[in-house]
Design a protein around this ligand. Structure first.
Ligand code: FAD
Length: 416
C-alpha cells in the first residue's frame, strides 16, 4: 500500500509543504517516479491537482537548475535530438534539457526517508500521544539529522512558532495527526490571492451588519465590571450586557479580568504566565524580482533566519516585493533586516535580484504564545457570565487561526 499526503500547515504567517511517503508491501521506490503528467494522473495515486502541482514545482526547480542554451541546436548538440525544451528565463527564451521525470519524494536520501517513516510509525502506534513534558526534539530522538532539518524543524517552527527544542510534543503530534494522517482534504495549503481584510474580516463584518448587528469598530474596551446578574462594559461610554466574551489577546484579557475584581485567580495566573514568541516579516524589493512559485521554503540557520519567502507580486501585492518570514525570531529589527538581505543574496542568487532594498521590517514581539511542553492554557469560562476566546485558550492547536476560530465557537456555545 502506498500513501502520499501533502501537508499544508499555515501558522504564524508561513506555510510549509512537505511530502510524506509511507511504503510497505514490497513496492520499490521506482514506482514513485513519473516521467510525465499523464503518467502521474493515470497512476491514480495522487489527485489530478496534486499531480499538476508537483509537476509545476518540479518544472520550476528544473528550470532553475538546468543548464541553459540560447538556441535549440546548441542544446540538442549536447542532449540529443528531441532532448530539449524551450522555456522563458529572466524574460528571455532559452532551451534546457527536457524534464525527464520527477520522483515525488523530493530528493530526500533514502536513509532520511526511512528514518522519518520509522519515527512517524512510532507516533502512530502510540496514537499520537506523548508525555506532557516531551518537547518536539524529544519526540524526534533517533531521527536522521537531514529529516530533522528539512522537515521537522521548519514544520514545527511554522506551525507552533516555537523552536523544536522547546516546543510542545503533544501539540505538534496533534497537528501532525490532523495534517498527515487525516482523510484527504484534512489540511490544505492556502495562499491568499486577495487582500486579507477582504477575505475574512470585511466579509464577516458585512454578514454581521446584514443580520442587523452593527459592529462598533475602534472602540477599545477600557474596563468591565460585574453588575447584578450581568456586566457593564466601558469604552468611551458604559453599557450593560447579560454576558461578556473577551476576544482580545491574553495580556489584555488578563488586564480586564484583574480590573473587574472577580474571583478568577487560576484563570488570571495562567493567562499572565504565558510567554510569547516573536515573528518578524522583512519586506524587500528589487526591480523585476519574481519567485518561481508564490512561496518558497528557505534553508534557515542563526545567520540566515528567514524560513519562508512570499512573492507579494504573485499574491495581489506590488510586483518585485518579497516578504521574508522569520518565525520564532530573536534579535532586533536592524540585525534581522541585514541578515535577511544577505540571505536573499546568497540563497536567491539565481533570480538575479541585483540590489535588493529593505522596504519595511515588522517585528511582532508578542506574535503568539510560546507553545511549550505541559503548558496549562486558560479555559474559556472565566467567571459566571464572563468568557474568553482566542488562540491562547485551552485547545488542541497552537496559536493559529484554526485554534482561534474553534475557541470563538466554544465561547458562543456558552452563551446559549
Ligand atoms: C505576523 C503574523 C502572521 C500570522 N500568520 C498566520 C497564518 O498564516 N496562519 C495562522 O493560522 N495563524 C497565523 N498567525 C496567528 C494568528 O494571526 C492568530 O493565531 C490569530 O489571529 C489569533 O486570533 P485571536 O482572535 O485570538 O486574536 P487577534 O487576532 O489578536 O484578535 C484580538 C483582537 O482584539 C482587539 N483588542 C485588543 N484589546 C482590545 C480592547 N481592550 N478592546 C477591544 N478590542 C481589543 C485587537 O485589536 C484584535 O483585533 C499569524 C500571526 C502573526 C502575528
Amino acid at each position: 500500500m502506498k500513501r502520499s499526503t501533502q501537508i499544508g500547515l499555515a501558522a504564524a504567517g508561513v506555510v510549509m509543504v512537505a511530502t510524506y511517503w509511507s511504503l510497505s508491501g514490497g513496492e520499490s521506490e521506482d514506482s514513485l517516479v513519473y516521467s510525465n503528467l499523464a503518467e502521474c494522473r493515470a497512476a491514480n495515486q495522487l489527485s489530478t491537482s496534486q499531480c499538476e502541482q508537483r509537476f509545476n514545482e518540479a518544472s520550476a526547480n528544473h528550470l532553475r537548475e538546468a543548464k541553459k542554451f540560447t538556441s535549440s541546436a546548441s542544446c540538442e548538440q549536447e542532449f540529443g535530438s528531441g532532448g530539449c525544451q524551450s522555456a522563458v528565463w529572466n524574460n528571455a527564451q532559452v532551451f534546457i534539457p527536457a524534464l525527464a521525470g520527477i520522483m515525488l519524494a523530493r530528493g530526500w536520501p533514502l536513509g532520511d526517508k526511512l528514518s522519518m517513516l520509522k519515527v512517524a510509525v512510532g507516533w502512530q502506534l502510540k496514537k499520537f500521544q506523548c508525555a506532557p513534558g516531551d518537547s518536539v526534539a524529544d519526540l524526534c530522538r533517533g531521527l536522521a539529522p537531514g529529516a530533522m532539518a528539512a522537515l521537522i524543524e521548519p514544520l514545527c517552527v511554522s506551525a507552533l512558532n516555537t523552536p523544536a527544542q522547546r516546543a510542545s510534543g503533544q501539540v505538534f503530534l496533534r497537528v501532525m495527526r490532523d495534517a498527515l494522517f487525516a482523510e484527504s482534504g484534512g489540511s490544505n495549503l492556502l495562499l491568499p490571492r486577495t487582500d486579507l481584510s477582504a477575505l475574512l474580516p470585511d466579509a464577516a463584518l458585512a454578514w454581521l451588519s446584514a443580520q442587523g448587528n452593527a459592529p462598533r469598530l475602534g472602540a477599545r474596551v477600557q474596563a468591565i465590571a460585574p453588575a447584578g446578574s450581568g456586566w457593564v462594559v466601558s469604552t468611551d461610554t458604559s453599557e450593560a450586557f447579560d454576558c461578556v466574551v473577551l476576544a482580545c489577546p491574553p495580556h489584555e484579557a488578563a488586564r480586564l479580568v484583574e480590573g473587574s475584581g472577580v474571583a478568577a485567580g487560576d484563570w488570571l495566573a495562567q493567562a499572565q504566565e504565558l510567554q510569547y514568541e516573536a515573528l518578524t516579516t522583512v519586506y524587500a524589493w528589487a526591480p523585476g524580482a519574481r519567485l518561481e512559485l508564490p512561496m518558497l521554503a528557505l534553508p534557515a540557520n542563526a545567520a540566515e533566519p528567514a524560513q519562508f519567502v512570499f512573492d507579494r507580486g504573485q499574491l495581489s501585492g506590488p510586483p518585485g516585493l518579497l516578504a521574508f518570514v522569520i518565525s520564532a525570531s530573536t534579535g532586533d529589527s536592524a540585525t534581522l533586516t541585514a541578515q535577511v538581505l544577505a540571505q536573499a543574496k546568497s540563497q536567491l542568487w539565481h533570480l538575479g535580484l541585483g540590489s535588493m532594498e529593505a522596504v519595511q521590517t515588522i517585528v511582532e514581539k508578542r506574535a503568539t504564545f510560546a507553545c511549550t511542553p505541559g503548558l496549562q492554557r486558560p479555559r474559556a469560562e472565566v467567571a459566571p457570565g464572563l468568557y474568553a476566546c482566542g488562540d491562547y485558550i485551552a485547545g488542541p492547536y497552537p496559536a493559529t487561526l484554526e485554534g482561534a476560530v474553534r475557541s470563538g465557537l466554544e465561547a458562543a456555545r456558552h452563551l446559549h
